[in-house]
Ligand binder design. Structure first.
Ligand code: AMP
Length: 250
């Protein structure tokens, strides 16, 4: 296989995140060397043209990946729950999370956390049984990185999934596929912190990637990701998998 690079971006307004800057946007991908410049350009574009605000701090990190460490995964299957209101959308999310064994209090805590988060740049890790937050990262959360699509496979996949071949959905499916295969993972709940984007999803190996067409009100800055995990989770190995193991989607 050709050389592969990880490209990661994070952008904030009012200085870097760790100095109190407001999170504008982030993104990550894995690409072949020949696509590196284009990937960096796309991520830079995402940082400087975001509806959450005007970034004055942008970090772009490029790292070569050891190909022998690559884990190959097929993308989660995709389905869409078309709903007529945010309430109906959240009810659908509750039904899916319940079916995966996430407790009522964990569901409630997850929804409340996303509703009250306007500056979360990663995911909050919650116990699927107690609903207690397990990571200690507050606004940072844990960010899944080092995952990306095989480009040819993505072109093929897009042709088979009309309307879903956008960069946003590509990124989200790569992320959700990597996350769903994490050790101790039960389910993921997500809606974007982008005020223009109201479709969210729940994902797991069992359900696949289930898009829900309305999970928040247009114009709202709230959003984020919740990773629901089993109680016997080893947080260190979960974090190592999410942040460091390179995953190639194809
Ligand atoms: P986005 O899907 O880019 O609109 O991101 C929505 C929210 O999901 C962000 O505000 C973060 O809280 C969270 N998020 C985005 N990217 C990641 C990631 N790579 N890993 C974990 N959480 C993420």
């Amino acid at each position: 296989m050709d050389e592969i690079y990880s490209v990661r971006m994070r952008a904030a307004e009012g200085g870097p995140h760790e100095k109190g800057g407001f999170h504008i946007s982030g993104g990550e991908t894995l690409v072949l060397k020949q696509s590196l410049e284009e990937a960096a350009r796309q991520l830079l574009k995402k940082a400087i043209s975001h509806s959450r605000g005007e970034a004055d701090y942008i970090q772009l990190v490029v790292e070569k990946i050891e190909v022998k460490k690559l884990v190959r995964l097929t993308p989660l299957s995709v389905s869409t729950d078309v709903v007529q209101s945010v309430e109906e959308g959240r009810q659908q999310a509750v039904i899916h999370l319940r079916s995966l064994g996430v407790s009522e209090s964990a569901i409630r805590n997850g929804l409340e956390l996303l509703l009250s988060s306007t500056n979360l740049r990663g995911a909050a890790v919650l116990s699927a049984s107690t609903g207690q937050r397990l990571d200690l990262y507050k606004d940072r959360g844990i960010r899944a990185t080092r995952m990306g699509w095989d480009e040819d496979r993505f072109i093929q996949w897009s042709a088979q999934h009309p309307g879903l071949g956008t960069p946003r959905i590509a990124e989200a499916i790569a992320l959700a596929t990597k996350v769903a295969h994490a050790p101790f993972m039960v389910a993921e709940l997500c809606w974007s912190d982008d005020p223009e984007y109201i479709t969210g999803y729940i994902a797991s190996r069992k359900t696949g990637y289930v898009r829900i067409t309305q999970l928040k009100e247009k114009g709202s800055l709230c959003g984020g990701r919740i990773f629901y995990v089993m109680d016997q989770v080893d947080l260190a190995s979960l974090q190592t998998y999410l942040e460091e193991i390179p995953v190639w989607i194809g």
